[in-house]
Write a protein that binds this ligand. Structure first.
Ligand code: ADP
Ligand code: ZN
Ligand code: ZN
Length: 697
């Protein structure tokens, strides 16, 4: 007897085929079964979505059969399939594309026999187990209160905890309780960056035993990723730590999801299905019966707004739990153990000052005492632009609307957008002037100049100051970042220069002073989220200072600014996130921006600006009249970096007070855009995409 099945496969995006396809099989196959099926001339992986209606006879003759199954691999659960359906629908992508992207890539290359062999090997656990350790430390008052709520209320929770307030301890205790609630219970902990997983994995493994904990992220080898995915799917992993991809992992026993640093932009996927792992975590928790804890010292304004207590006239959708004090700080009074924030007014400094004298003196003192200093500059390379004072030539990239950055280390001019790298010219390419100079500063230059500025300072043992740099350039090789971080932890570095990479989450024990060298740029950005991001970054950076409160070091965060009275810095000085958030939210409410409205972007890329604009214009025209009273269309505009690698980029903003109306419109626009793209008039379009709830507008 023939069984008709609808099976999700990853069809090419441009094919316009987005739902599951119909196949037949000799045996019934449960929904969620992973199978191999023919697609065109290839054989691909698919997921059985359910039974299908038998096709009409003329089509039935052409229908193809399931080519292989995976014995011993339990079907993916109903909850997982609902999550995938929601993700595909909400982010406007194909079901099969999302489903298959959530499976480990190596599964595609295995047949049933090969997978069975791996499954047998899994039966004998590979990881050497370590014993669990019981909780011994006494919780702080804030931690106790937070955990009492998490234990008794449904959530979702926003754990608003200062850096060093002991959020991780709360996650671990909540995980312990969740695991105890059912024999097969599982916990998912999301972190924004791969390089934050090793530290956290060590902490969880120490507490719960190494065999119970797996990491799942895109930095694993294909074999490791398959092993981690299987451990989660088979329930062998009780705790899964991962980056955004892990939110779509199969976790049949999921009872708790933690999203640490929930405000972090890395949770938003920037290609393919542009999902927000934080938002999907909330969906998954709600529909899959798992509690959700979002944690941050500087929550996203969306989460802050959603957690405003109903008693105060707020939305009250999430429950806010506050832990304002650092572990080790006095339990009452003004001193919460947070670093003192000092602003240096750069308008009083000579033009071109890199480090103002009072800051330099403070750095010198710290280093001479054997403390570490962290200097933050969000620009890598030596100088962002090379230029000729005679003729005005600048190091523009020939393929992008951006300047190439001067890297002194290998004397190259490199475009950070398309990767083009060329030797630095000896003379101005336009006029031959030999005296070409740089504009602005990057981390390479800061590192070099700190060496000169601190040349007269000695460490406590009389040896010279050691200055290191961590940025995307210094950590390109595998294991380089880990090695460099280890050096910092081991106290082999006195001054660490870095980009935002170093501001996130790392637990540097001996840092007494953190300084933001040149943070003003974001204050006047056209991106409405720029202040929110700057505030979070600076609070996070401040959070690196003085984490070891017991050491007796009074820690400091310095900010060099031309706008010391700016409300953002005033709020930073007072460690006043709520005040900052209230001001931002009232501005957003006035301007009708998220969280008071919903946004989506239609993006297009083409060889010419005109072609990209025409395409988006045509989509808007085709959709004219739809949801007209609910959704506002803005005209197509070039992106901030308009051209990358010779491709022009255009976007069109859609805004609506109603999420549902915006969703309906986007769903209707998709087939229109597919059809237009296929028409000869728009042959110049390289690609187009929909970005729902975009972060950068
Ligand atoms: P956060 O994640 O909020 O930045 P952590 O959870 O990393 O903070 O906690 C900061 C430090 O305080 C860690 O070294 C942690 O082990 C320690 N810690 C957490 N809770 C307690 C507690 N109740 N008593 C003593 N130390 C604690
Ligand atoms: Zn010139
Ligand atoms: Zn370029």
């Amino acid at each position: 007897m023939t069984h008709w099945l609808s099976i999700a496969v990853s069809t090419p995006a441009h094919s316009g085929l987005e739902g599951p396809l119909t196949y037949h099989a000799a045996e019934p196959l449960a929904p969620g079964s992973v199978v191999r099926v023919p697609l065109g001339r290839r054989e691909v992986l698919g997921v059985v979505w359910g039974a299908a209606e038998p096709p009409p006879p003329e089509l039935a003759a052409q229908a193809r059969g399931v080519a292989g199954t995976f014995e011993g691999l339990p079907p993916l659960t109903e909850d997982w399939r609902r999550l995938i359906e929601f993700t595909a629908r909400y982010y406007q992508r194909g079901l099969g594309e999302v489903a298959l992207a959530a499976l480990p890539p190596q599964l595609r290359t295995l047949n049933g026999v090969q997978l069975a062999r791996r499954l047998r090997r899994r039966a004998a656990p590979a990881t050497e187990d370590t014993p669990e350790t019981p909780e011994t430390i006494a919780l702080s008052e804030d931690q106790t209160l937070a955990l009492a709520e998490i234990g008794t209320q449904p959530g979702p929770f926003l754990l608003f905890g200062a850096t060093g307030s002991g959020k991780t301890e709360v996650y671990m205790r909540a995980a312990r309780a969740a695991l105890a609630s059912a024999p097969a219970a599982q916990v998912l902990v999301l972190v924004p960056e791969i390089n934050l997983t090793p530290q956290l994995q060590a902490r969880f493994a120490e507490r719960f035993g190494a065999a119970a904990v797996v990491a799942l992220h895109s930095g694993l080898t294909p074999a490791q990723r398959l092993a981690a995915w299987l451990a989660a799917h088979l329930g062998q992993a009780r705790i899964v730590l991962g980056t955004r991809v892990a939110v779509l992992a199969s976790l049949p026993g999921l009872r708790l999801i933690v999203v640490d640093e929930e405000h972090d932009p890395s949770y938003k996927q920037q290609e393919g299905a542009r999902y927000s792992a934080r938002d999907l975590a909330l969906y998954r928790g709600k529909h899959g019966g798992a509690r959700v804890i979002l944690g941050s010292a500087t929550p996203s304004l969306e989460s802050w707004h959603a957690s405003a207590p109903a008693a105060e006239g707020g939305v009250g959708r999430y429950q806010r739990l506050a832990m304002p004090r650092r572990i080790g700080a006095p339990t009452h009074g003004a001193d919460a153990g947070l670093p003192r924030v000092r602003r240096v007014d750069m308008t009083h400094q000579p033009k071109g000052t890199l480090i103002a004298p009072p800051l330099l003196a403070a750095i010198g003192e710290r280093v001479a005492r054997g403390e570490q200093v962290l200097l933050l500059l969000n620009r890598r390379g030596w100088a962002p632009v090379l230029h000729c004072a005679d003729c005005g030539w600048k190091s523009e990239c020939p393929h992008c609307s951006a300047y190439r950055v001067f890297h002194k280390i290998d004397r190259s001019l490199r475009c950070h957008h398309c990767g083009l790298s060329q030797p630095v010219p000896r003379a101005c390419p336009a006029c031959g002037n030999l005296d070409i100079g740089t504009l602005g500063r990057g981390t390479e230059q800061l590192q070099e100049q700190m060496g000169e500025l601190l040349a007269a300072i000695a460490r406590p043992d009389g040896t010279p100051v050691r200055i290191a740099r961590i940025d995307a350039d210094s950590t390109r090789g595998k294991g380089q970042l880990e090695a460099q971080l280890a050096q910092v932890h081991a106290g082999e570095v006195d001054v660490l220069v870095g980009t935002q990479m170093v501001a996130k989450g790392h637990d540097f024990r001996r840092v007494g002073l953190v300084a933001a060298v040149q943070p003003d740029g974001a204050l006047f950005s056209s991106d409405f989220r720029a202040p929110e991001r700057l505030f979070a970054l600076l609070m996070q950076a401040a959070g690196r200072a003085g984490r070891d409160v017991g050491s007796g070091i009074a820690s400091e965060m310095w900010v060099q600014t031309f706008h010391p009275q700016h409300p953002l810095y005033e709020a930073l000085k007072a460690h006043d996130y709520p005040g900052f958030a209230a001001r931002q939210l009232s501005e957003r409410a006035e301007a009708g921006l998220p969280p008071f409205s919903f946004l989506a972007l239609l993006r297009a890329e083409a060889r010419s600006q005109q072609a990209a604009q025409d395409f988006l214009g045509a989509v808007a025209e085709a959709a004219q009249g739809m949801e007209a009273d609910q959704v506002q269309w803005y005209p197509p505009v070039p992106l901030t970096v308009q051209r990358v690698a010779g491709i022009e980029r255009v976007q069109m903003l859609l805004e609506s007070p109603s999420r549902a109306a915006l969703q309906r419109l986007l769903a209707a626009c998709r087939p229109l855009a597919h059809a237009l793209r296929a028409s000869p008039a728009h042959r110049a379009i390289v690609r187009w995409a929909i970005d729902v709830d975009p972060l950068q507008v």
